[in-house]
Structures are given as C-alpha cells and as structure tokens.
Design a protein around this ligand. Structure first.
Ligand SMILES: O=C[C@H](O)COP(=O)(O)O
Length: 214
C-alpha cells in the first residue's frame, strides 16, 4: 500500500512531518510520500522522504504568472504530483496538459476524482494512479473505506474497465492502520490522506499506525 500524506496548507511543520515519514518508511519498508506546499518541496525532499507536488500547471516556461511548472517541482526534488485534487479542480484540458507536462519531466502522477464515473475518465487519460475521494468526507475524520466502501469498490472496477494497470488510491478521513487495511480489502492500492497526520500532535505515531498493516 502506498501512503501519500498531503499537507495541503495546514499549519504544520512540513520538514518535521517529512522527517517522521522518512524515518517510518526506513524502519518499515512501507512506501510513504509527503506532498507539501510548493515552497516547501526542497527542504522536504532534503529529508530523504519521497516527495510529491500538490499540483503542476500544464504550461512550460514563459508568461504564466502564478503557475507551478513540472520542471521546477522536479528540480526541487519532487518525484510525483497530484492533479485535480478536490480542492484544486481543473478543466479536463488542464488535467491532460498537466499529465503530459509531468510525464515529460519524469514525474509520477495521480489524478484525483470525486466518484467512480470521474475515476473512469481520469484513468482514460493514462496517469500512473488515480485517487477517489468523496468531497463530503474530506477532513471529516470518517474514513471513506468504512463510511462508503462501495465508492472504493466501484472506483476500482471503473478504473479496471478502462485502463487495467492503473492502481486506485482512496482518500478522505483515513487516519489509522485499520482504515488502511479496510481500503486494501476493497481493492485500493494506496491511501491519500491529510488531516489525520497534518493535524496530529504526534505525526510519527500516526504514521507508524497507518503502515502497521501494510
Ligand atoms: O488529499 C487528501 C485528502 O483530501 C484527504 O484529506 P483528509 O485525510 O483530511 O480527509
């Protein structure tokens, strides 16, 4: 199971969470990655943790104020990027363009989607992975793998129908090892989570519990 911790814009110490994730990954052989804000990519990557961007733009160098280029995040140490997170929705053309920009730079990609229909559309674009997250459960503390298991099962089936090699992650409310185990039982190959780690008093102990069943 792949555990991807999206720090969003939570007021946590990104480097400290990254160091905890690097330590837990080294101790357990679990695959754990951290996605900080763009400005924190380099110091997070310097901890040695697998580092992902939260978003990249479809553009190349030029007159694109406010954009985050795939080449720039890769240069800062990112090895993958999220696209189309529920909190950063994109036009279809920009999901496709972001994917192509990431691929050209050698970044791994996850396209996020709200439901199985969108997962099918996302998988058709050929990302490395897709992630299903019901928006109403994001940040709720109620894990999707228990609150809405059918959405995970149906997302796995939808991705399998259009692009069988593409792994499906699930996210929203995941915060314990039991939640991760439940996600795996539903066919997910990873979890995308945020508040359970970013808002924790002791992120390292949460991370150790998360990967305890992996
Ligand atoms: O990117 C992460 C997801 O939006 C899940 O967030 P959450 O773990 O706070 O529910």
């Amino acid at each position: 199971m792949f555990v991807l911790v999206n720090l969003k814009t939570y007021p946590c110490d990104a480097v400290s969470v990254a160091q905890a994730a690097a330590d837990v990954a080294a101790d357990t052989d679990a695959r754990i990655a951290v996605a900080p804000q763009a400005a924190d990519l380099r110091p997070v990557a310097e901890t040695g943790v697998e580092t992902w961007a939260q978003h990249v733009s479809p553009h190349d160098h030029g007159s694109h104020t406010g954009s985050t280029l795939a080449a720039t995040v890769a240069d800062a140490g990112a090895t993958g990027t999220l696209l189309n997170h529920s909190e950063h929705r994109l036009k279809l053309a920009d999901v496709d363009g972001g994917l192509r920009a990431a691929e050209d730079t050698g970044l791994e990609t996850i396209v996020c989607a709200n439901n199985p229909r969108q997962i099918a559309a996302a998988a058709t674009l050929g990302p490395d992975m897709v992630a299903v997250e019901p928006p109403e459960l994001i940040g709720s503390g109620t894990p999707v793998s228990r609150a809405d298991p059918d959405i995970v099962r149906e997302a796995v089936a939808a991705a399998d129908e259009v692009n069988p090699p593409v792994p499906v992650l699930c996210g929203a409310g995941i915060s314990t090892g039991d939640d991760v185990e439940a996600a795996a039982d539903l066919g997910a190959e990873g979890v995308l989570l945020a508040s359970g780690v970013a808002k924790a008093d002791d992120p390292e102990s949460v991370l150790r519990d998360l990967v305890s069943s992996v």
